[in-house]
Structures are given as C-alpha cells and as structure tokens.
Design a protein around this ligand. Structure first.
Ligand code: HEM
Length: 462
C-alpha cells in the first residue's frame, strides 16, 4: 500500500473509510486526517497535543538534530525560534525580502520580454525566480556560480529527505547502511557546512569592518545578531536575552527558509498560470481587470493589489485546488481522542489539506476551477480559522512565511498576465493541458507548463 500514501491515495481511502484513518507501518502508527471537522479537532481543539513534528533519520541528521524551527518539536526551543523568525526574518518590516521579490520579478519580466514569440518554459522560469528571491533574501547576493553550487546541495537534501530508508522502520539496520544513504547524508551535510560556513565568516568579517552596521541586512546578518558558541534558550520576554544561536542553528534555519519558500511559491505560480490558460474566460476577466485598474501604460505596483479582486479570487481558487504542501505532517506528543477514536502518543499524523480543499460537503462543484465562488459573502478564507481551506495550515505550526509567499505569488502572476498575452504552443487547445501532479514535500505539476508570450503593454519592458 506504500504507493497509496499520497494526498490522492489517502483522499480515496478517506472516501471509503472516513475522515480519520489509522494505518500501521511496522512499529509506526500513522493517522490520516481528511475532513474539515477532524482537521479542526487536530489543529484547534487539541493542537497542544498535535503540534510536534515527525522526523526520519535523514531529516534528523540533515537538520543537525532538529536545530531548526520547522522540524523542532513543540516546546520552549521551538517557541523562541518561531518568535525570532517571525520578528526578524518574516516580518513585513524587513523591507529587503520584499525588495528582492520586486527586483527578481522585474528581472523575470525582462527575460520573458527578450523571448517574446518563442516557447517559454513557465515552470522552469518560476522555479528559477523563487530560488533567486529566497537566495538573495537569505544571503544578500545573487552570484550565479555560488547559487548553482547551492542548488545542487538543496537537490541532494531534497532527495535524501524523501528517500525510502528501510532503517526508518527497522532501526537496527541503520548501522549496516545497506542502501548507502548514511554515507550520502554525511557528504551532503559536509557540503552544506563548507558552503554556509564561508558565507557566515564573510558576514562576520564584513560586520567587523563596518562598525556602524550594514545598511542592507540579509537573513544571515539578522541571525548573526543572536550568534554564540554556546546555545541558550529561556522563556524570557526579551528576545536577545532568551535565545542564542550556534552555527548549526543558523544553517538549519537557512535551510528551512530555502525549502519553505522556493517550491511552495513556484508551484503555486505555475498552477495559477496553468489553471488560467485552461480557463480562457477567467484569463480574459483577469486581464480586463488589470487593464481597468492599472492601464496599459505601466506595470503593476503594490497599491494596485487591493483593487485586483478577481485576480485574488483566482489565486485563492488555485490554493484551494493545489495547496503547495498537500499533506501537513504532525506528530502527537501524548495519547489523544479524535471523533471518538483513540490516537496513541508519537503517532505520525498527516492532515490532507488537498482532500479538505476538495471536500464535497464543504465546496460546491469541488473539483471545478471556479474563482467566482470567492466573490460570495461568507466564503472561507485561508487565514487559518476556516478548516475547509488550509493551504497555509492553521494554529501553532501554520506557515510563518505566508505574507511573503502571497506577495511573491501575487507579484509574479500579476506581472506575467499584465505584461504579456499568452498562447499555448503548437496549436494546443486549453482542454489538452495535462493537469496531473507529482507527489513529494510539495505537489507541483507533473509536466512543465510551456506557453508563448507576446507583449501587451505600451511601455518598454527592458
Ligand atoms: C504560497 C506559499 C506558501 C505556502 C502555501 C506555504 C504553506 C505552508 C504550510 C502548509 C506549512 C505547514 C503547516 C503545518 O504543518 O501545519 C508551512 C510551514 C512553514 N513555512 Fe510555508 N508556505 C508558503 C511560503 C513560505 C515562505 C515564503 C516561507 C519562508 C520564506 C515559508 C516558511 C515556512 C516554515 C519555516 C514553516 C515551518 C513552520 C513551523 O514548523 O513552525 N513558507 N508552510
């Protein structure tokens, strides 16, 4: 049954067996949660029990034994890390991250304009875009050569996170390393150490050289303000007195940001473009709205967004049908009861955000792309209190990068649609588009979206 443990497989099983499904995998209890009501119980009513994270051998090793925020168990360390990240890294006041979004989107538009009239691989384009945004926000530079090396490290981490490791289920096999995974993990973490240690050393040197402090700070600078050789966590209110970060903490947090912020946003942009190419009526309506609100003489700017009502409805509909993280992975800290079922401590809990967004009792024509449903009063929103729509999760472990992610998503899609008219290549019809996805930590399109742009605006694009 292993190949059924995807968002689609579990949704099918839930139709047969209900919103709480228990599976045994070796010694492991696995529970799949697939309805809005059971999600509310897990993420709201009992969230103090359901807020730990499961981790396999690869995750534990590659996060320096959960020295980060995303894989830390719920508790004082996680709480202070989360406070630090929310206040220092993801805050709207960190203008530099928002600047990187704008600059990189501009760069992408110039690149597309240079390729007008030819096939553009939108999938590759937007994955490159979000990697550039996050790389720049984290490290402050956008050197292509260094970035290529870093991407190779990220790709190996991603493969190791998702690899089926028999030792996760039969622990005594770990020391034999029959699949060679332990050797790969050691090599991958050594490469990351080599890469980020140099960046950290550079930042420390730069800071010493300029005692007035750098004007433009990146995420490494923000984290270095908490740097110490000795880790420290206490519950003090003052952040600087309550937490000290080691190099390992800093490296692990940077990896959280890289993994949390690249594929999620890129897959949402690609799905948005694909759904709109498949629904020419909606595409026309969004582009008409852009013409009315922005006009054809300039590009979209931030203050325009609140007037781009239909564009925002389309993006919500995309996040409903294609939540970038389809299964939210949690673990129970102690025994719990959900809908009358007993769930033992240390169970792995998978909350199927994908199935919940398509729940037929919560959504009319649940499988259809119908953005206008979000124009109605009282329709669920994704802020976390409506459990039929949880693309960013809800409660304690919900996404801390939501604002930045939404900003990048809106900026990229609005620019792509306002600056260009898009045609499918080689006489392909909208209904020919293959809308399958592949399952991993995120669920991007199985086939990269390709389309042909032609300029739409009266102003120059580069
Ligand atoms: C469209 C964009 C995004 C979506 C849909 C999204 C979605 C999510 C979801 C569903 C979770 C897990 C919630 C849970 O386990 O209950 C999560 C966690 C997280 N996200 Fe995002 N995310 C997005 C963008 C970002 C960005 C841009 C960043 C960082 C720059 C980020 C960083 C994180 C981190 C660090 C966590 C772990 C939080 C924790 O465990 O306490 N995300 N995100």
């Amino acid at each position: 049954m292993m190949d059924q443990l995807t968002h689609r497989g579990l949704a099918k099983l839930a139709k047969q067996y209900g919103g709480v499904l228990h599976l045994r995998m070796g010694f492991l209890h696995v529970v799949a949660i697939s309805s809005p009501d059971t999600a509310r119980q897990v993420l709201q009513a009992h969230d103090n029990i359901f807020s730990n994270r499961p981790a396999n051998i690869a995750i534990s090793y590659l996060t320096y034994d959960r020295a980060d925020m995303a894989f830390a168990h719920y508790g004082p360390f996680w709480r202070q890390m989360r406070k630090l990240c929310v206040m220092k890294l993801f805050s709207r006041r960190r203008a530099e991250s928002w600047d990187s979004v704008r600059d990189e989107v501009d760069g992408m538009i110039r690149a597309v304009a240079r390729n007008s009239g030819t096939n553009v691989n939108i999938g590759e384009l937007v994955f490159g875009l979000t990697r550039n945004i996050i790389y720049r926000a984290a490290f402050g530079s956008s050197s292509n050569e260094a970035q290529d090396d870093f991407i190779k490290i990220l790709q190996e981490f991603s493969k190791l996170f998702g690899a089926f490791n028999v030792a996760d289920f039969v622990p005594w096999l770990d020391c034999l390393d029959i699949q060679g995974l332990n050797r790969r993990m050691i090599k991958a973490r050594d490469s990351l150490d080599g890469f980020i240690d140099c960046i950290i050393d550079d930042h420390i040197r730069k800071k010493k050289a300029d005692s007035t402090g750098p004007v433009d700070t990146d995420m490494v600078d923000e984290l270095l303000a908490f740097y110490s050789d000795e880790p420290k966590v206490s519950e003090s209110e003052d952040l600087h007195n309550s937490i000290k970060l080691t190099r390992n903490n800093i490296k692990a947090i940077i990896m959280d940001v890289m993994f949390g912020g690249t594929e999620t946003v890129a897959s949402a942009i690609e799905w948005a473009m694909a759904e709109l190419m498949r629904s020419p009526e909606d595409l026309k309506r969004v582009q008409q709205e852009l013409t009315n609100v922005v006009g054809l003489a300039r590009k979209v700017e931030e203050p325009d967004f609140e007037k781009l009502i239909y564009l925002r409805c389309c993006l919500k509909e995309v996040l409903r049908l294609h939540p970038p993280i389809p299964l939210l992975l949690h673990e129970t800290a102690e025994d719990a009861t959900v809908s009358g079922y007993h769930i033992p401590a240390k169970s792995r809990v998978m909350i199927n955000a994908w199935a919940i967004g398509r729940d037929e009792s919560a959504w009319e024509d649940a499988e259809e792309f119908k953005p206008s449903r979000f124009l109605r009063d009282g329709v669920p929103d994704f802020k976390g209190s409506n459990f039929e729509f949880i693309p960013f999760g809800s409660g304690r472990r919900s996404c801390p990068g939501m604002q930045l992610g939404l900003y990048a998503l809106e900026m990229a899609v609005a620019h792509l649609l306002h600056c260009f008219t898009w045609e499918l290549p080689d006489g392909m019809k909208p209904s020919d588009l293959d809308m399958s996805d592949v399952f991993g930590l995120t669920a991007p399109r199985a086939e990269r979206l390709v389309a042909v742009p032609s300029p739409r605006l009266l102003c120059p694009l580069y």
